[in-house]
Design a binder for this molecule. Structure first.
Ligand SMILES: N[C@@H](CCC(=O)N[C@@H](CS)C(=O)NCC(=O)O)C(=O)O
Length: 331
């Protein structure tokens, strides 16, 4: 895969699998924090920060969804890159421009931030207009800092007191077998690596299917960052991971609890507008020509995230903003 090496774009430098044919995800590199403190290096100021995302990417989706659910749209601006990634990496276009510098490629933001940057050029990117640099490009950390440093204390809380350890534990538990597991299955170079990854994916899905029979959300009866982290993988699963990444033991819509859980989250106010199945589908099937050389995009599956769910059978402690009837309450 492609990456920057000492600020130069290289198409041969990034080895995605190790000697056993297993997908190795490189660590992200910009790890600063916005703080709710006017003297901080990156103070939480409305209008100062921008996020670059792809509607296709699950990690970027975490950030877009957090921003929307916390009501930070007027505080943090957002722009979208072209859905398909070719040899030059994530790109901008007339339809999906770079609103800050009118750059042609996302990698130019990385070299603006650090002229001799070495690493992958990934979304999401949290950009500081004032220092003209990347604050952070790790979704889990961006999700957390938007909630703890930026959001209004009276609003939606995705990392609520009393649940924090459990949320952190669940995010860890879901990450390797599920969020990253589908990638390890899809990008495996050997049968053994694929077999092991796909077994982990489905063992974990079976486990969560059982948990969700007894409780509404992953950490209990409240909707948290852990659900958001799980949802971005589940909502992509049947369209891309099932076929493109060969996680085809069973689609999500055949798991009663996981499917109803996915539909419930999709139907929370604001969530559906963060999901773009066209960008998701085109991105995966067209960008990864090593997995899908003819770049044909399948038309299915025919599933409907808006059909009724049955999750009301379990207790939930949802803030007013997240209740399905929130739009009506606001009127
Ligand atoms: N750890 C990062 C991962 C981000 C990531 O891997 N994003 C993918 C898109 S889904 C990307 O931009 N890949 C480009 C590349 O690897 O060159 C996060 O969670 O924010």
């Amino acid at each position: 895969m492609n990456m920057l090496v000492d600020g130069e774009w290289r198409t041969d430098a990034y080895q995605t699998t190790n000697e056993r044919g297993e997908f190795d995800r490189q660590e992200t590199t910009f790890r600063d924090w916005i703080r709710d403190d006017p003297d901080a290096e990156y103070p939480a100021e409305s209008g100062r920060y921008h996020v670059y995302i792809s509607r296709a990417c699950p990690w970027a989706h975490r950030v877009a969804m957090t921003r929307r659910l916390l009501g930070l749209e007027d505080d943090i601006s957002l722009s979208i890159v072209e859905p398909v990634r070719y040899e030059d990496g994530w790109e901008f276009s007339a339809e999906f421009p770079d609103p800050l510098y009118d750059e042609a490629y996302l990698r130019h933001l990385y070299t603006r931030a650090e002229a001799d940057y070495t690493g992958r050029v990934t979304v999401p990117v949290l950009w500081d207009r004032e220092r003209e640099t990347i604050v952070n490009n790790e979704s889990r950390e961006i999700m957390r800092m938007l909630g703890t440093e930026f959001a209004d204390a009276d609003g939606v809380d995705l990392w609520p007191a009393g649940y924090r350890d459990e949320v952190d534990r669940v995010i860890d538990e879901v990450y390797e077998p599920i969020n990253n597991g589908v990638y390890r299955a899809g990008f495996a170079d050997t049968q053994d690596a694929y077999d092991a990854a796909v077994a982990e994916v489905f063992d974990a899905l079976d486990r969560w299917e059982a948990v969700l029979d007894e409780q509404r959300f992953l950490a209990g009866d409240v909707f948290t960052e852990a659900d958001l982290a799980m949802f971005v993988t589940l909502v992509r699963f049947d369209h891309v991971y099932h076929t493109h990444f060969k996680c085809n033991r069973r689609p999500i819509h055949e798991y009663p609890n996981l499917w109803n859980y996915t539909k419930e989250i999709y139907q929370l106010p604001g969530v559906a507008e963060t999901v773009n199945l066209d960008h998701i589908t085109r991105h995966y099937y067209v960008s990864h020509d090593e997995v899908n050389p003819k770049r044909l995009v399948p038309t299915g599956p025919d599933i409907d995230f808006t059909e009724p769910h049955d999750r009301d059978r379990l207790p939930a402690d949802l803030p007013a903003e997240l209740r399905a009837d929130a739009a009506v309450v606001d009127d």
